[in-house]
Structure formats: structure tokens, C-alpha cells
Design a protein around this ligand. Sequence first.
Ligand code: FAD
Length: 313
Amino acid sequence: MSVVDIWNRHDTLSFEVFPPKTDVGMADLCGRGGVLEQLYPLLPDNISCTYSVGGTDAGKNLEVLDKVVSDGKTAAMTHFTCAGNTRQSAAAQLRTCLEHGINHVLALRGDLPAGWADTGSDLQCAGDLVALIRQEFGDRFTIAVAGAPEGHPGSRSLETDIDALKRKQDSGADYIITQPCWDMDAFRYWLDAIRAAGIRLPVDVSVMPVLDQAETISAALSRGGFAIPKSLCGILSENWILPNPFTKDTFDADAERKRADFKKAGLEYTVNQIHEYRRCGAGGIHLLTRNRFEDAALIVRESGLLKELKVEN
Ligand code: FAD
């Protein structure tokens, strides 16, 4: 997708997958009839693959994206972090991406592993990485950057975080993909605030499916942490599995029914949120698939994303 396409687009859909640690996981994702091949008929504009700081899964990340490129059904986007890379190593790896046909990048600082005080790099923040990519590769990459509607946990205030986002725009980013944000008031406030600060980039919203109680709570606590609004707390507590949804040894006779009821209510919640993001002016939906086709398909189908994309095409 060209930059012009990105600016003109609306209602786009992308999927995020992660590089599995095991050969079985890789076969499930990249093998014949695997998750990637199942995702293509949902017509994503791109499929992105995460990348761990330190590059431990960099080889697998490239293997996953090679599969997306060679299948030729959609664009491949690599997540890429400045943490753990120098300017030189970042440029070398990104050149390799181009050689492999990967010309979409989500330029990130990266989640710092425990004990790291900074990026350990001559690239201190995502804005530095964006500037490097433009300097080294001109317009050969389409560059997305991260946005944090609830503010990045490391920033002094929402305003300073928005300043940092503005710098990413000024360095040459093409669009924003947000952290998940279930708090719609926070999302609307942030969207107004970035526009008031002069950030004109299209915004895609990360959607974390709410289909399982334990995963929903874990998701809120990971990825920098995001709030669980009262409405979602209500769905969680109405279907609370005793003693808690994390234990395998539940003594709750109603556990199965509660799981099913939570999934039904969570799906409705997720679909409503997708409609609300789009009403607010989000340009696209970036669905965190957790390498599961069924959940992704359910959400795409129920939210009408597939039908509308087919009409556009
Ligand atoms: P930055 O934009 O560099 O911001 C980091 C912090 O520094 C913020 O507090 C910001 O306000 C501040 N800051 C930035 N620039 C400046 C400046 N010039 N002066 C002062 N302060 C500044 N992480 C991974 O490791 N691997 C992944 O695959 C991955 N995928 C992600 C996918 C999505 C869709 C999103 C939204 C995030 C993802 N992350 C991933 C997480 C991301 O790396 C973390 O949120 C990380 O902590 C910050 O990354 P960033 O790109 O927002 O950093």
C-alpha cells in the first residue's frame, strides 16, 4: 500500500501475529493450511509480526514474514525496535527486510527487558529510528509508529508523550498504530489531543479480543498496562469463575456456562468497541490475533469488517 493509499484509506484491517518459539508453533502458523493461510481470505491490508528486543526471535520473525511475502496475498510488516540495535545493525537488518520484499515497518523503541535502563543503543527512541529509516532508505518503507491513548507508562504526562508522537510524525512516520485501549473516554480524549497538537497521521487502533477472562486480565496487565473500564469489569464479575479464572482446578460447577457467557458478552463488547473507534475517526483496525484464526475470524465477521471491505474492493 502506498503512502497516498494510506492517507486516502479508511476502514482498513491488519492482523498481528507473533513468531512461535517451537517448531510445532511455526508449523501451525506458517505451514500448509496454517493460521496465515486461513487469515488471507479475511482480506487484511497487511499482516505484521512482532519482534523481541535483543533479537532472539528475529530469525523466526523473518521466517514468518517470508511466508507472507511468498504467498503474495497481503503486505508483510515487520515490527522493529531500536532497543538492542545500533544505527548500523538496524540499517543492516532493515536492508535485509527490503531484500526479502518486506517494505512495511512498525518502528518502535521496544519493550526493555528487565534490568535495562535504556535502549543500549545510539538510537534512544522510536523517533530516532524513524529518522534513520528515512535517511537510509528514503521512501522505500511505509512506516507505522506506536501511539499510547492512555499515555506511555514511562512518560511524565500525556502531553510529553504526545510531543514524542509529534516528533515521530515530523521524522517521517506514515501512520500510527495504537496500544489497545478499552477506555473509550480516554481514547476520544487522546484523539482530540493529538489532533490539537498538529498530529494529522491516520490512526489504526489495536484491538485485543475480549473472549476469555484470564487472557483479558493478563492482557490488561501486560503490554504496558491499560485500564479495564467499569463496563468490562461488570462482564468479568458477572461471569467470575471460582476461585478465579486463572486456576485449572476450578470448583465452580457453572464454569463452562460462565466461560461461554463471558465469550458471548466479550465478543459483543469487542464489536461495539470497533464500531465506536470507527465512529471516532480511527482509520483502521489492527487485530491482535495471538496466532488464532477462529477468534480473528469471529471478530472480523461479527463486526462487519469483512463485508465492508468486500464492498470496497
Ligand atoms: P517511543 O516513541 O520511543 O516512546 C518511549 C517513551 O519515551 C515514551 O514515554 C515517550 O513519551 C518517550 N519519548 C520518546 N521520544 C522522546 C524524546 N525525544 N524525548 C523525551 N522522551 C521521549 N515492543 C516490542 O518490544 N516488540 C514488539 O513487537 C512490539 N509491538 C508493538 C505493537 C504495537 C501495535 C504497539 C502499540 C506497541 C508494540 N510494542 C512492541 C511495545 C513498544 O515497544 C513499547 O510500548 C515501548 O515501551 C515504547 O515504544 P514506542 O515505540 O512507543 O517508544
